[in-house]
Ligand binder design. Sequence first.
Ligand code: CO
Length: 434
Amino acid sequence: MERDWNRELFSFIEASPTAFHAVKELETMLEKAGYQRLREGEPWTLSFPGKYFVTRNGSSLIALDLPEHFDRYMMMAAHTDSPSFRIKADGEEKVLGLYSRLGVEKYGGMLCNTWMDRPLSIAGRVMVREGDKLVCRLVKFERDLVLIPNLAIHMDRSANDGKAFNVNEDMMPLIGSFELQRSVNSLIAEELGIRAEDIVSRELNLYARTPGTVWGADREYISAPHLDDLMCVFGCLQGFLSKTALKQAAVFVALDNEEVGSSTRQGADSSFLEDTLRRVWSASGRSDAEYRQALAGSFMVSADNAHAVHPNHPEFADRNARPTMNGGIVLKYNANQRYVTDAVSAGVFTEICRRAGVPVQHYSNRPDLQGGATLGNISLTHVAVRALDIGLAQLAMHSSYETAGAKDTEYLIRAARLFYSSSLLWQGGSVTIL
Ligand code: CO
C-alpha cells in the first residue's frame, strides 16, 4: 500500500456530488500541483514545458502536462457525471395540505429503489444577480435535507415481486411540512449568504449522503456513491499527477454527460477534446499535417467502471469473460465496437500493466445481452487515435451506493502512472513501449 487511496477517493467523492463539484475538486488538485488555468475564450500562449488545464461548462475538464518536445498525446479519459434526479425549475409542490415535496426528472438510468428511504441532499449550481452581472455559484447542502419514502409493504403486497417505478409518482422527494415557508431558492440563499430574489436560475440534483466505507471480513470491498465513474476519474488523475517521467504530452480528460449519451457541448461527442488538442498543437507552432501525424501515433485509454460477476446472479455474466473485484484492471471487448479495445490497443495496455505489476482481466457482455456504451467509441469519431476501453470491476452499477474492490483503486493509479510515463514508438506492424 502506498497512500490510503480509498480514503482519499472517498473524500473526493464526498466533495463531488455533481459534475460541477467534481471539476472544481479537480481544479483545486491541479492548481496545487502547479497547473495553470487556460480559458477557451482567451488566446493561449503556452510554454513548453508547461502544465495547464481547461474546463468547459464547469463540468468537463482537460489537463495537459506538456514536455519541451513531443509528437504524440498519451490520454486517459473518464466521466464526471452519475445518474441522479434533477429538480425542476419550479419543482416545489404542496400536497394534501400536509407536505412540501419536489418535482424531479431522471438524469440517466439509475436503480430507482436504491434512492428510497435514505438521507439525500441537494447540490448543483445557480446563477446569481450581483449588480449588473450574473455570477455562477456552486451550492451543496451539507446536511440531510430530503428523502424519498417507500410505500409500506402492507399497502403494496407485491413490492417484493418486481416493482415498476414511475418517476412522476414514486420518486418525488419529501422536503418538509405543508407549513414550510421556505422555497429551495430561499434555502440556497441562506446557504450562500445572498438574497433569494437574486437567484435567477438553477441546475440542482439530488445526491446520496451515505459516506464511503471499506468493508468485508478482510476489508476487501469499498462502497460509496458515484464509484461509476469517479473511481476512474480519481485513479487516472492520481496516476497523471504522480508520473515518474514525461516523454510525450500527457492528457487527463474528465467529461460530463456520459450517462445521457455524451451529445452535449461538453460531452465526449463534442469538440472539446479535439479543440483542446488542436490549440495546444498550434501553440507549439507546427502544421496541421504534423498534428494528424501526431494523432496517428497517439493513444487513449477510456476508463469507465465494469461489471463484476454478481454473487447472487452469476447468470448475467458471460461464461468466460467475468471480472472479479480486486482482480485488477478490466479490458472491455465488444465485437460490434461499442468498446473500442482491439488486439493492438489491448496488447499495448496489457504490457504496460504487466510492467506496472497490475493484473488485468477481460470483460464481454453475455452475447445475448446488450451492454452499455462509454466514452471510447464516441471520442474516437472526433479524435482518431488508437484506444481501448477499460474499467474497474464493480457491483450494483447505477445504484445510489455502489461496491468495488478495495485493491483496484491503487491498481488503476499504478497502471495510469506508468502509462503517462511512457511513449509509444510505432514502426510498421510493431510497437515499442518506451
Ligand atoms: Co460509467
